[in-house]
Design a protein around this ligand. Structure first.
Ligand code: PA5
Length: 468
């Protein structure tokens, strides 16, 4: 298929007053932003240092061979492949795996899978860790520990647990057969550990923040292990970056989409729902939620002005959440935008057979396909939301494959970068997350965090009165 045939498009008609009435955006407002959009594009283009993720489709090509070699080794030697990471170091690998592989991948017999069973462990719930260790066979497991900073407490705790188990069973020499490290080239502690134990190591390049890191080894190693064509992921990202570089700004999908969300925020739409009509893209909504929330949820502009901006992302799945959330999207407050993802061609066609032809209210479904049904439901929900006056747009994906997943990742990343620019905030830091990390270190007695511990103890005493 030609790249152009796999091009993702955005239909934003239903964001405008012409479609949804007074609670929409006047088209004139969007048109009047042309100059502002152009300078946002120029500013984003000039921030190369913070946007190294935008060049990953160039810089990572040289790593494809090594990543594929490592993936082949994992496929040969392991029955279980476990990602240990959190946030940007976990959501991308999970999203891409879900998008590209069988929906019940781990339950397939080995000969039908493209690789070992796949797990992303992004929590430190002791029950979950114990459950994982219950089901894997350590002898046949490769862990990919991923932490850009090389010091995140959750990931390092997981690493400590598996390292102890591995050391007890195989000694120091054995670690390299069971752990792959993905981290910064110099910062943090993981790189030192990787060097000491001679682990296979992949580097998260400078200027690639956690939530923007899917197209570097953070995501590419896991994708390759499960048999995805990682070159095509990069091709899709490259293609989308071309579209998102369009200086004819009203034809630039990420820029227009960012502008519409920012205009919607000005109208009080502080919630952003992402609702793919495909189970394969369910975790893509999780990945997007982190990207959008952590990048745009900011107190101050880059000039220090108090703004408190950001949209709360909500993950929804079509059609499942039609029976859970859509009532709120139609009749509830005008505080949200809804982005549907419509898939034009699913990888499977499934016919709805005849069985109850004597019951007309059931029989009308027979002779159609599940494909027709899910597509009709997507269009029907777009319609219901539109006639109830709620802003919505639809991302149209020709089919879900490596190329279009690469496009989607780049589209959302560029939209986030542009939205940050239009809001005047730094989309690439996460001071709130760092605050939480520091407080955890203090509570667990890390050296250098004594003042933070005192602050927490003081706050704890004050709050005790409200515990019942
Ligand atoms: O986007 C981010 O920077 C964060 O969500 C990080 O990905 C997350 O905190 C994990 O950090 P690290 O990869 O350094 O362990």
């Amino acid at each position: 298929m030609k790249n152009e045939d796999l091009r993702i498009k955005i239909d934003y008609n239903n964001m405008l007053t012409s479609a949804v009435g007074e609670n929409g955006i006047e088209e004139e407002k969007l048109l009047a932003m042309k100059g502002e959009l152009f300078s946002a594009l120029e500013r984003v283009n000039s921030k190369r240092d913070k946007l190294r993720w935008r060049e990953l489709y160039i810089t990572e090509r040289k790593n494809i061979e090594r990543i594929n070699e490592t993936a082949a080794w994992v496929r040969e030697s392991a029955e279980y492949f476990v990602v240990l990471g959190i946030g940007g170091s976990a959501l991308g690998p999970a999203a891409v795996h879900q998008a590209l592989r069988h929906q019940h991948y781990n339950e397939l017999p080995r000969e039908k899978r493209n690789g070992p069973k796949f797990y992303v462990e992004d929590n430190v719930d002791p029950e979950r860790m114990a459950a994982l260790l219950d089901i894997i066979d350590l002898d046949k497991t490769v862990f990919n520990v991923i932490t850009k900073s090389g010091s995140t407490g959750e990931t390092m705790s997981q690493l400590l647990i598996v390292t102890r188990l591995l050391l007890d069973r195989y000694g120091e020499e054995g670690l390299k057969d069971h752990i792959i490290a993905t981290t910064d080239s110099s910062k943090g502690n993981l790189i030192g550990i990787a060097e000491k134990y001679n682990l296979r190591t992949f580097i998260v390049p400078d200027g690639v923040g956690g939530r923007f890191s899917e197209l570097c080894p953070v995501g590419l190693v896991a994708a390759a292990v499960c048999g995805a064509d990682i070159g095509k992921l990069l091709d899709g990202a490259e293609f989308m970056d071309g579209l998102c570089s369009n200086e004819d700004v009203l034809k630039n999908p990420a820029l227009v989409s960012a502008a519409l969300e920012v205009l919607a925020m000005e109208k009080g739409a502080n919630i952003s729902v992402l609702m793919p009509y495909a189970d394969s893209l369910k975790y893509m909504a999780d990945w997007y939620a982190q990207l959008w929330a952590e990048s745009l949820g900011k107190k101050k502009t880059v000039d220090g002005k108090l703004v408190r901006v950001g949209q709360t992302p909500v993950k929804a799945l079509g059609v499942t959440d039609q029976h859970s959330q859509v009532q709120l999207y139609t009749d509830g407050p005008f505080d949200k935008t809804i982005t549907f993802i419509r898939v034009e061609k699913y990888r499977t066609e499934y016919a709805i057979p005849h069985a109850y032809d004597d019951i007309p209210n059931v029989a009308f479904l027979s002779g159609h396909t599940l494909n027709e049904l899910i597509s009709a439901e997507c269009r029907a929900t777009e319609h219901a939301v539109t006639v109830s006056g709620h802003m919505n747009k639809t991302i149209i994906v020709p089919e879900v494959n490596e190329f279009t997943v690469g496009e989607l990742l780049m589209l959302f990343e560029m939209q986030t970068a542009f939205a940050g620019e239009l809001l005047g905030i730094d989309a690439f830091d996460q001071p709130g997350v760092e605050e939480g990390k520091n407080a955890t270190y203090a509570l667990l007695g890390k050296k250098g965090y004594e003042d933070k511990l005192a602050e927490l103890q003081k706050a704890g005493k004050k709050n005790e009165r409200f515990i019942i």
